[in-house]
Design a protein around this ligand. Structure first.
Ligand SMILES: Cc1ncc(COP(=O)(O)O)c(C=O)c1O
Length: 385
């Protein structure tokens, strides 16, 4: 299988991640913090170390500000539902994944908030348009860092100070950027950073994290056991326990921490450069002899992650879903077609409801694999489905 669906979840994981999962599962898989015995203490230590690892990697304020979550969606829901109050104004964009759009639209339809959705231009948001949309009632600005359909990286360093100056909170969805685009939480005023652990940080599925900055005071999300402090009648005030009721996925976190260390050793830019280099071959093919294929959004290798959406030459004759199925069944190539859980950007692109064919290589893909893909696409548009 040629796996080009790393924007959905990364595969394969780096070898040290598999080894860490195996090692931890066999020797330390006790309930962290729940009992005083050595295995439980070791499991708790694994969680603590992972918070330190994340804090160092993203230059956060303190390890306890990192809350482990089930996935990216969980982290975003904890952030949005914990921060927003009735009557607030919230700003988002047409690039967002449903894990931001659906909770916000539900709040808007329920009469709880007013919502502004910024339009992107060729895949990029304009900081001046954001500035104009802010009002004294704006409580939260919730934006993706790298768009999952287009792969375009947003100017978050320009956006963050504008939001801070207006007194609102900034929530950044780093699902497609964490691990490939450097993020420095002390240099860039981001209040809440949410991401899954299972994409470019190479943890297993079932992992994610939310960074809660000092200005964000979130409501309790899920109440329950936290190991220590059992006498307390309600959820403890302190982070991370305030937002982490229940037995955590400590096995997944052990794998995630190893993935973050692997990325930190190579440097995020090395993985991004490799993936963008592979996508450049696709761009060259589209521009050279692409047979009517089009690229969605503006291609700028300096501000792109390893995800790219292609619009087939004749979407009625070649719906992206059919192409993806044929790539899988006839060529052993895994890509993702359709709307990619991001309907608003497809409406803006005019690719709704059929969607696009998204290619997302990872650090283990080769140039030969991309050539195989391009040969397959060429054959298909020549009518050989
Ligand atoms: C931009 C973006 N945000 C959020 C998510 C949700 O992450 P998860 O599937 O881990 O909940 C994804 C997943 O594809 C994504 O691409």
């Amino acid at each position: 299988m040629i796996y080009l669906d790393n924007a959905a979840t990364s595969f394969p994981k780096p070898e040290p991640v598999y080894q860490a999962l195996d090692r931890f599962a066999r020797s330390h898989l006790a309930n962290p913090g729940r009992s005083g015995h050595r295995m439980a203490t070791e499991a708790e230590r694994t969680l603590d170390q992972a918070r330190h690892t994340l804090n160092r990697f993203f230059n956060g304020e303190a390890p306890e500000r990192w809350v482990f979550t089930l996935n990216g969606t969980d982290a975003l829901n904890i952030a949005m539902k914990g921060a927003i109050n009735p009557g607030d104004h919230v700003i988002t964009s047409d690039l967002e994944h449903n894990s931001i759009s659906r909770p916000l639209v539900a709040m808007e339809l329920g009469g709880m908030i007013s919502l502004t959705r910024l339009a992107s231009h060729d895949g990029y948001l304009d900081p001046d348009e954001l500035r104009a949309a802010l009002s004294p009632k704006t409580r939260l600005v919730a934006l993706t860092h790298a768009a999952n359909v287009l792969g375009t990286v947003q100017p978050i360093e320009a956006i963050a100070p504008i939001v801070r100056e207006a007194g609102a909170l900034l929530l950044v969805d780093a699902a497609q950027s964490a691990g490939v685009v450097p993020i420095d939480l002390r240099a860039t005023p981001i209040d809440l950073l949410a991401f899954p652990g299972h994409k470019a940080l190479y943890g297993p599925t079932g992992t994610g994290a939310l960074y809660v900055g000092p200005r964000a005071d979130l409501r309790v999300w899920r109440e329950g056991g936290t190991g220590g402090d059992s006498k307390h009648p309600v959820q403890p005030e302190e982070l991370p326990y305030r937002l982490e009721g229940g037995t955590p996925n400590v096995l997944g976190v052990a794998g995630l921490a190893e993935g973050v260390r692997w990325v930190a050793d190579r440097g995020p830019e090395a993985n991004r450069a490799h993936e963008v280099g592979l996508l450049q071959k696709v761009i060259d093919w589209v521009e050279g002899n692409g047979d009517g294929w089009r690229v969605a959004g503006r291609w700028d290798p300096a501000t792109h992650v390893g995800a790219l959406s292609l619009i087939p030459p004749d979407p009625e004759a070649f719906p992206s879903q059919d192409l993806a199925m044929a790539l899988d069944s006839s060529h052993g190539i895994a890509v993702r077609a359709g709307l990619h859980c991001a309907p608003y950007i497809h409406q803006a692109l005019g690719t709704f409801p059929d969607g696009t064919l998204r290619l997302s290589p990872g650090p283990f893909n080769s140039a030969e694999e991309i050539e195989t893909l391009l040969r397959a696409l060429t054959e298909m548009t020549a009518g050989v489905l």
